[in-house]
Write a protein that binds this ligand. Sequence first.
Ligand code: AMP
Length: 381
Amino acid sequence: MTRVIPPGSTLGVLGSGQLGRMFAIAARRMGYRVHVLSPDDDTPTGQVADLEIRAAYDDLDAVAEFARVVDVVTFEFENVPLSATERAERFAPVRPNGAVLHTTQNRIREKTFLRDSGVPLAPFAVVRSGEELLSAVEQIGCPAILKTADWGYDGKGQVRIASRSEAAAAWEARRGTEYVLEALVDFQCELSVIAARGLDGSTVTYGPIHNSHSQHILDVSVMPALVSPSIAADAVDIARNISGRLDIVGVLCVEFFVTCDGKLLVNELAPRPHNSGHLTVDACATCQFEQQVRSICGLPLGSPRQHRPAAMANLLGELWNPCQPNWERALEQGEVKLHLYGKSLPRPGRKMGHLTALADTSELAKNKVQVTRDLFCTACA
Ligand code: AMP
């Protein structure tokens, strides 16, 4: 029998961005209390939590104090140090567990785990020295992408390599110590599947979701993705399989490339709700954040059923430049929902919020969300 953590209990979240905010909103709606720990204050999560603790993740005394008074700990980004989850685990279950975090916070460990699990991936090689990079270039070929093993997201820490001489220059300019060199994938589209897995191993999935990026940052997501039923079924199977092998309790996002010759390759994993799943808040019976609450609390998962085709567009800081977006014009659109994350500084590239549009078809939803976002830019009148 799994022990249920009932409403009224306190959920602890490590990390304080928009993912934690939407998790906290779902948790509070269900009658839970939420404590958040991160190095910042007045954060997107802290603004809606019951308690915001400002401390570094490696301040293990602060992590212990935080974990001592909560019933379960989760996280909203994967770069929490293992020492923090290990310390928290002494006082409360950490879900997903620290081993999942350890695997997914480093590209070498993640890709090795995926390859050993028989998951299809782009060819890659581990690189820890200039010589290893040159032999990796021989093995993988060019063009290729050199990615830092740690701390990479939204294309950060990635360099495209077109030739052996570029490889040498990239190595000279390196910042980190461990890398993977990955073949550049000629893809027709990018997809994601989000799996929520309960304490009892029951699993539900969303997607595949079709994702378009701009400058390496997710721009627009659409669900259902317009892909063949066999690609859709294979993507869902792969995501279920990975979430089971990792023994996830919580939410896992699996990102895929669909190659030009129609093959699925896994790009990367995120053991938490994902930007591409934000549209589940407005489009589905149960959203990805509620599933995170249910799963870490040992409750039955909710139905992932989608009510309407949906599209999500990110709102980045540049939309606030040179002046505030035109809220009125944009929000005149029917079946469009605005989500803002409570961030006061709209820096370029910073995710400030998103829009979700619902419509009769995926194409119409995508069109509507893009038109609405364009209307934000007709400000300064
Ligand atoms: P990542 O941080 O690895 O998810 O990369 C961010 C984005 O860069 C991906 O969503 C792709 O659009 C692009 N990208 C990453 N790896 C590759 C690759 N091996 N081939 C082609 N595009 C890639």
